[in-house]
Write a protein that binds this ligand. Structure first.
Ligand code: GRF
Length: 198
C-alpha cells in the first residue's frame, strides 16, 4: 500500500477534503494508496483533531523548538524529514503548510512533493494572494496544484481552477470561493498523480 503524508499548519480543510475523497473514491482499493499520516509544525493546528478523529496517525514537529540551533531551518527540516520518512511516503502533500522548506528537503522529496497555492501561478506567489489579486483589478483568480521545486510557489503545474473576482469581493469572500475549488482540484490532482504511477 502506498502512503501519503500530509503536512499542515492550520485548519486543514484541504487535508480533510483529501481524506474524504480517499474514502469516498476508495483509493485503498483502486489506487493502492492511503493517507498514512498528518504532520503539523503547530501543536494547536485544528486539522490535527480532525485527522485523529478520522483514525489517521498524527504528529507535531514544532519549528520553534529548533530556534536556538546554529541552523534552525536545516535542523527543523531534518527532524521533519525523519518523521515523514517513518511512513515511507510515495507522495508528500503540503496542504496549508506555512513553512519555507530548505533546498535539501525539496531535493530529498524531488518528484514526490506537491503543494496547493491560492492563486493562478505564476501570478502572485507568496502570501496575501487574494488582497493582491483584488488590488491589481484581476477579473479572475484561482488555485494551483504544483510540484514543489527549490523556488517558492514555482514548479510544474498539475492542476488549476479559475473563479471570477466579483465587484464587491473582499479578500475573505474571494478566499472562500477559491478554497472551495481547492477542495475539488487537490484530491483530483493527487488521484491523477497516483493513477499515472499505479
Ligand atoms: C489554502 O488556501 C492553501 O492554498 C493555502 O492556505 C490555505 C490552507 O487552508 N496555502 P487549509 O488549512 O487547507 O484549510
Amino acid at each position: 500500500m502506498r502512503s501519503l503524508v500530509i503536512l499542515i499548519s492550520g485548519g486543514g480543510s484541504n487535508m480533510a477534503a483529501i481524506v474524504q475523497t480517499a474514502e469516498r473514491e476508495r483509493w485503498a482499493e483502486r489506487l493502492n494508496a492511503r493517507v498514512a499520516a498528518v504532520i503539523s509544525n503547530k501543536a494547536d493546528a485544528s486539522g490535527l483533531t480532525m485527522a485523529r478523529e478520522a483514525g489517521i496517525a498524527t504528529s507535531v514537529v514544532d519549528h520553534k523548538a529548533f530556534a536556538d540551533q546554529p541552523q534552525p531551518r536545516e535542523a527543523f527540516d531534518a527532524a521533519l524529514m525523519s518523521e515523514i520518512d517513518r511512513h515511507r511516503p510515495a507522495l508528500v502533500v503540503l496542504a496549508g503548510f506555512m513553512r519555507i522548506l530548505t533546498p535539501g528537503f525539496v531535493q530529498h522529496y524531488a518528484g514526490r512533493l506537491v503543494n496547493i497555492h491560492p492563486s493562478l501561478l505564476p501570478a502572485f506567489p507568496g502570501l496575501q494572494t487574494h488582497e493582491r489579486a483584488i488590488a491589481a483589478g484581476c477579473k479572475v483568480a484561482g488555485a494551483t496544484v504544483h510540484h514543489v521545486t527549490a523556488e517558492l510557489d514555482h514548479g510544474p503545474i498539475l492542476a488549476q481552477a479559475v473563479v471570477p473576482v466579483l465587484p464587491d469581493d473582499t479578500a475573505q469572500t474571494l478566499a472562500s470561493r477559491v478554497l472551495s475549488q481547492e477542495h475539488r482540484i487537490y484530491p483530483q490532482a493527487i488521484a491523477a498523480w497516483l493513477h499515472a504511477r499505479a
